[in-house]
Each structure stands twice: as structure tokens, then as C-alpha cells.
Design a protein around this ligand. Structure first.
Ligand code: ZN
Length: 302
């Protein structure tokens, strides 16, 4: 009797496993930002399904998960987020989900020695790691590792895609360096709405000044504006930049302030800082978005 019961239970388990696999054949990955989502697509290709929580123009520092997002998280086999407190308002929910399913803070795979501390925050690091290709490659690798863990049968496929994608990232890195070299050395100063470009400046040799600091949670002050205006006038900077996911208010105040002091500074364009362009367009991919940013910067400052 006991023997046949064991067989029966074993049989039921087998059935339920098979059914589960059929109902959800490909692993489903949910990424918080567009940049992470794009990396998942490049590695997983047709062997995964994926979706992003935050689309174009969405500020990850301020974003709170909606009921719809919670449903997406619940459906996911793997959740990929940036970490280093980028998604500050989603930390609790991501921690909770981490007890139920694989949840990966991809940017936290970068060695601590390569992270910059966040000015104004105790014991915190700058989360904007995607604007240095070298640092972003760690993120891509950690997504690969997570996918392999989830679906080891496709390891070779994921590894090969990752290798190819990392080569494309190396080409991007070279392209960015070549383009930045077109800006006269004394004009390599990047003024933006918030401090999203510290790693970019560090990697590609530009001084960066953000009006709002590392997170958009803290507001900018009049003192910051006055300092930036002086810097622009002293260095005869031609252009400064708004960002697609941040209010233009501070940058407009700087333009007006410069004008009042007799210096005409232009808005050089809108940069994709913490969010990419529309999915399905060139700027809706990491590589396309990065190129577009650098082209915008170089066009305005050279
Ligand atoms: Zn930011």
C-alpha cells in the first residue's frame, strides 16, 4: 500500500512538472531599466521572453512599482535590476522577491574598486555604471551567468551570444573614444541636469558637472546654479544638456543666468541618461542610445 502510494505521488509530481514546463517553456525575465532589458535580449535572444518595467523618459530614482509591475515581477522566472540603490523606491519589494525567486543586482557584480562613491551620501556608490562600457561589460556577464543558472541546457547559446555582444561593446568603446577626441581638450566639460555621467567622464576624459547630484531625489540649489554659471563663463562653454528623464528646470535656469551675465550658452540637446529611447528604435538599444548621446555631445561642443 505504502509502495503504491509513493508511486502515485511520484507520478503526480512528474505530471505537474511536465505541465509546468509546457505552460512556460522559455524562461521569462523581467528587467527594471531599458539598458538591462536590452542586455537580456542580446544574450537570451529567442530562448527567453523578457520585458522591462521602466520605459523611455522614466526616472529610476523616483519610480515606484505599480500593481501592474508587481504582477510582472510575480510572473518572472528571473528579475534583473541595477542595484547600488538606483531603484531606490523599489528596494523593499526587490528584497522580498529575492526570497522567492532569482533576483539579480547586475551592477553589484562590478568590483567595488571600480565604483565611485556617491558624493553627499554616506557609504553609497554611484549607480550610473552603464555610461562606461568597461564597467557595463561586468553587468552583461552577470546577466549571462544568471541565465545560465536558470537554463543550463542553453549555456552554450548564451555564452556565445554574450561573447559576440561583448565584442560589439568593445567596438562601441573605441568609437566613443574616437569621437570625444574631436572636442578641443579645453572644451571637454559636460554640464547636465543630474550627475549621471561621472563614470562616462572618468572613462572618456571629460569633466562632468550635474546640477542635481547623483540622485534626482535631492533638489538643486541656487548656489549650485551660480557655481555652474561661473564655470561655463570661465571656460567659455558653448553648450549644456538636458536629459530625457529629468526636469529641464535647472538647465533652463543656468541658460538664463548665463545670458544675464552676457554669455550665450545653448542647450546642446537631450541626453539619454537614466532611460533610453523608444524600444524598437535605435535609441531604444544600449549601443544606439550611447552612440546618440556621444554624437549629441560632440556635435554641440566641438
Ligand atoms: Zn540618475
Amino acid at each position: 500500500m505504502r509502495y503504491s502510494l509513493t508511486i502515485l505521488i511520484g507520478f503526480c509530481l512528474l505530471i505537474s512538472c511536465t505541465q509546468k514546463k509546457e505552460a512556460n517553456e522559455k524562461p521569462h525575465v523581467v528587467a527594471t531599466t531599458g539598458m538591462l532589458y536590452d542586455a537580456v535580449l542580446n544574450i537570451g535572444q529567442d530562448k527567453v521572453t523578457a520585458e522591462a518595467i521602466m520605459g523611455p523618459g522614466v526616472d529610476p530614482h523616483l519610480y515606484k512599482a505599480t500593481q501592474g509591475d508587481l504582477a510582472k515581477f510575480n510572473k518572472a522566472d528571473l528579475i534583473v535590476f541595477n542595484g547600488i540603490l538606483l531603484e531606490g523606491k523599489m528596494s523593499d519589494i526587490l528584497t522580498k522577491l529575492g526570497r522567492q525567486k532569482p533576483v539579480v543586482a547586475a551592477a553589484e557584480s562590478i568590483p567595488k574598486s571600480m565604483l565611485k562613491s556617491a558624493v553627499g551620501y554616506e557609504d553609497a556608490f554611484d549607480p550610473h555604471v552603464w555610461f562606461d562600457v568597461k564597467r557595463w561589460k561586468y553587468v552583461v556577464q552577470s546577466i549571462n551567468d544568471a541565465l545560465v543558472q536558470l537554463d543550463s541546457a542553453n549555456q552554450e547559446f548564451f555564452d556565445r551570444n554574450t561573447e559576440n555582444y561583448l565584442k560589439k561593446l568593445d567596438s562601441l568603446d573605441t568609437y566613443v573614444k574616437e569621437l570625444i577626441a574631436e572636442i578641443p581638450e579645453d572644451q571637454r566639460i559636460l554640464v547636465t541636469a543630474h550627475d549621471a555621467f561621472v563614470y562616462f567622464g572618468n572613462a572618456y576624459g571629460m569633466r562632468v558637472e550635474g546640477l542635481q547630484g547623483i540622485s534626482t531625489v535631492a533638489d538643486f540649489g541656487l548656489k549650485d546654479i551660480a557655481e555652474i554659471i561661473d564655470l561655463i563663463i570661465e571656460n567659455n562653454i558653448k553648450a549644456i544638456f538636458i536629459e530625457t528623464s529629468v526636469s529641464e528646470k535647472s538647465i533652463n535656469a543656468v541658460v538664463t543666468g548665463c545670458k544675464e551675465k552676457g554669455h550665450d550658452v545653448k542647450i546642446g540637446g537631450a541626453l539619454y541618461s537614466d532611460a533610453m529611447g523608444e524600444f524598437g528604435t535605435k535609441e531604444g538599444t544600449y549601443i544606439g542610445m550611447f552612440k546618440k548621446n556621444v554624437e549629441t555631445i560632440v556635435e554641440a561642443l566641438k
